[in-house]
Design a protein around this ligand. Structure first.
Ligand code: SAH
Length: 256
């Protein structure tokens, strides 16, 4: 891990230009990170790449940053949208942090029949996404949407964006999903050889999807039900497992 701290800023960035800081960012640099005049940080804004910036202190109060040379040019993350059902607070936070580290480009909280929360604080989740992006060296910060019902989220869908529906077969012990033929193929098998393209992933809540949701999802032409192996994973684990497979086979881990 590089020692130079990294900070997301809103304003435009350019060599030799002052860096506009928002809210308590100057306070954070001086009081929390204990930076002094002449110390450097790396700044990025999701548009202009990353710059080295030097702290200037004018008297006791005001800390300003002046951008130096650009250290990285802007890169675009692969187009992967994660639809997830809100979980209990800590697990949702964890899910968002891990999804950002794993390289999603958008986070869409969706209410499902069995989701665990009635309200989602998207602004809080956005803050977590931002911190994860700062920490993991990303140059962009995925946007966290306002939560919406699953049906509303996917009824108007871009037909070319495949939605991989993580479908844990077998949670209705007495009514198996149509036996072998109803079982979803493994995600890695489904991805092998697919061209790079926009995609999305849907992971359900702790209680899984209802039979009605499963039937409906499986009937949509852009939805591919997929399995993540023989064990039932917690939702946040499923997110990490599925994104690892996708990045390796169709995203930016692969060199195809
Ligand atoms: N319905 C299960 C638990 C759901 S796990 C139960 O009642 O115990 C939470 C979510 O993780 C699921 O909705 C699914 O989207 C995903 N998931 C977990 N394990 C999975 C697997 N083996 N294959 C595909 N998806 C999985």
């Amino acid at each position: 891990m590089s020692a130079t701290p990294r900070l997301f800023v809103d304003g435009d960035l350019g060599e030799g230009c002052p860096v506009a800081m928002s809210g308590d960012q100057d306070h954070y640099l001086v009081k929390v990170m204990r930076l002094r005049a002449g110390d450097t940080v790396r700044v990025f804004n999701g548009r202009d790449g990353e710059f080295l910036a030097t702290l200037h202190q004018d008297g006791k109060r005001n800390a300003t940053l002046l951008a130096g040379p650009r250290t990285r040019v802007q890169a675009v993350s692969p187009d992967m949208r994660l639809l997830f059902a809100p979980l209990k607070k800590t697990r949702t936070d964890f899910l968002v942090e891990k999804a950002v580290e794993m390289g999603v480009s958008e986070l869409w909280p969706v209410f499902t029949d069995r989701s665990d929360a009635e309200r989602v604080r998207s602004d809080r989740l956005q803050r977590i996404a931002l911190e994860a992006a700062e920490q993991c060296e990303r140059l962009d910060v995925p946007v966290v949407s306002e939560a919406q019902p699953l049906a509303q989220a996917i009824i108007r869908w871009e037909p070319l964006r495949t939605l991989y529906f993580c479908d844990e077969a077998g949670d209705e012990g007495e009514a198996p999903w149509g036996g072998q033929s109803g079982r979803a193929p493994q995600l890695d098998a489904e991805l092998a050889g697919t061209p790079r393209a926009s995609a999305a992933l849907l992971v359900g809540p702790e209680g899984g999807f209802s039979p009605a949701e499963r039937n409906w999802l499986r009937s949509l032409p852009y939805v591919r039900p997929v399995s993540l192996g023989p064990r039932i994973l917690r939702a946040e684990t499923a997110v990490v497992a599925a994104l690892a497979l996708w990045q390796a086979l169709a995203g930016d881990w692969s060199r195809r």
